[in-house]
Design a protein around this ligand. Sequence first.
Ligand code: F6R
Length: 645
Amino acid sequence: MCGIVGYTGTEPAVPVLLDGLARLEYRGYDSSGVALERGSRIDVVCETGKVARLAEALGVGGGAHEAACGIGHTRWATHGRPTQANAHPHTSCDGAVALVHNGIIENFAELRRELEAAGHAFRSDTDSEVIAHLVEESLVSLACVDAADDALADAEGRRTPHDGTAALAQGRPSILARAVHAAASRLIGSYAIAVVSTADPGVIVGMRKDSPLVAGLAADGAYLASDAIALIDHTRDVVIVEDGQLIELGATTLALFDASGSCLAPLEPSPVHIDWDAELTEKGGYSDFMLKEIHEQPRVIRDTLAGRLVGDSVHLDELALTREELNLLDRVYIIACGTSYHAGLIAKNLIETWAQLPCEVEVASEFRYRNPIVTPTTLVVAVSQSGETADTLAAMRDARIKGARVFGITNVVGSSVARESDGVIYTKANKEIAVASTKSFLGQVVSLTLVAMMLAQTRGKLTAGQVRLLFSELADTAEKVEAVLADATSVEAAAEACKDARSALFVGRGMGSAVACEGALKLKEISYLHAEAYPAGEMKHGPIALIDEGFPVIAIATMSPTYDKVLSNLQECKARGAKVIAIATEGDDEIARHADHVIAVPSVRDAFSAIVASVPLQLFARAIAVLRGCDVDQPRNLAKSVTVE
Ligand code: F6R
C-alpha cells in the first residue's frame, strides 16, 4: 500500500527516484511526488495519476533538478481524495522538512488539532501531514537543546557535532534522526516514513511500525524503499528495518538505531541477500505482467515441490513441530484475506479429507475481532502473498497470544509474516507484480496441499504409498497447467461472449465452489464486471432469481463426486436462459449439452482440480479486462500489499 523511495548519494536523485517509484507503482498509483533536497532548500513536485505524469512534470532529462538527495512516494489514498494537495511528500510550515508516509496515523485528528492550536497551517486532508509538523516542532526544541549543549561544550573546550554527516561519522544520530524519533513517539497507528530536512542536508531518516521499510548501500549512495524491488538494481544486500527501528542514510553511510526507548541506541545492520532475477521485473515479451505471471505457474508448481518428498515422506522441516506436537493438534485455522483466503478454502477440503482434522478458514479481519476458539493445540496457518497484510498480521498475533502455533505461508522472504511465524513455507512464486494474484495463489494452493499431506501422514491417516502417489500426481499438475496455457482459444471465445455482461455468477461444488470464489474475485477486480460466487446447490435458494436471457453462469464442472449434481444445477440455469460457460474435464462428452462454451482442462483427481481449473478462470478474467479496455496490471482502487487495516 503506497510506495516509498529515498536516495542520497553522488548521482542526480530524480532519475533514481522515478525509477524506484515506477517499480513500486503496483502498490498504489493514484498520485505521486518527490521532494528534492538541495542544501538550504527542498523542492516538492507532486502530480495526480500515474508516475509517468510526475516524470513529465519533472521534465526528466532536462537536467533541471541537480539534487543528489530526495524522497518519493506513490500513493493509495486512505485519508483524503487523490488530489495534488493530498499527494506526498508533505512539508512543514517552514518548508524545511519533507516527509513521505505509508500506513495510517490513528490519532491524527487529535494531533492536528493540537498542532493547529500551536499555529501550524495544514495544506492537505491527509493523516500523514501531521508527522511533518511534529518533526518541525521537534527540530525547533532539539535545536535549542543542542545550542545550550554546544555553549557548554565550547566552555569546556570540547565539540559535539550535531550536523548529520559529522554525527553519522561518529555513529551518533543526527538532529533529524532525533527529531523523527521524538515525533514518532507521539504517533498511534502504522507507519513507514522517510524524511529529509534542510537541518541535515544529504541525510534521509526512515522509521517504521507495522509497515515495511528496507535500505541498502551501493557505490553511488544509499537507498531506502518500502519494497526491496526498488533497490535490486542498485544493491542485492538489503537491510530490513524492523518495527521500532530508525535508519539514517548518508551518501556513504547507513546507520541503524533501536528507537523503541527514549534514546536512539546504535544497532549493527545485518543485510539479507536478495537473489531475485532482475528480469522478474520485466514483462519478458508478454503484453502485461498478469499474463506473464499466469504463464509462470508451471514453474511455480515445480519449484514449490522441489525437494519436498524425501523417501516416502513430505518434508516441511521449516514448520518445526515434533511428531508428538502434530499428533496433539485438534484443530486448524487458516487465516488470510482475498485470494489467499480462497487458497485456504481449497486447503480446508484437503486437510479435513486427508488428515481428518477439523479446519476452519477465516477472513483475517473477522478473526481478529471475534473470540475464536484457539488453544495451544490449535494450528494456525497464516497465508499471505506479501507477508505484510495488516489484518493477517494482527490475527496471527492474537492467535499467538492464545498459545497457538502459527505457520506462515508467504511469498516474501523476510516479510513480517515470515518473521512472526513459528515456521514459514515460502511459495517460490517469486516477485508478483500484477496486482491481481495468480502465480502466488497457485503457489499457496500447492504449499497448503503439502501441509495437508504432511499432517495426514504424520497422524497416520495416509500411508507412505498413498503419499508417494499423491505427490507424484501433484507434480504432474505442472505439465497439465502447461497444457491449459498452450491453447487459450476456448477461453477467448467465452470471454468475447461475456465481455458486455453487467454481472456474472460463478458456481461449483466442493473444490469447485472454492475455485468459483477465486474466479469471481479475479473477474471483478480487473474487469470491474460485477461477479458473485455461489455453491451451485445454493442457486435455487435465491441467486437463480438473477438469471434471465444471456446471463453468464461460469460453472466449475470438472469430474468430481458431485459432477452430476452440478449438471442438474446447470440445467436449472439453462432452463432460465443463462449463458453457461463450463470448465470441464477433457473427454467429457456430456457437458456440451449443458453449456454454451466448454473450456476443457486435463484430467486430475478432484483433490488437485483447483490447480488446473483456476488457470482458465485467470485467463478468462484477464481476457475480459483486455476486451473492456481495463488496466490489467493496475486495476483501480487496489494495491498489491494491504498494509493498512
Ligand atoms: C487479489 C489479491 C488480494 C490479496 C489480498 C491478500 O488478486 O491479490 O485479494 O490476495 O489482499 O493479500 P496477501 O496475500 O498479500 O496477504
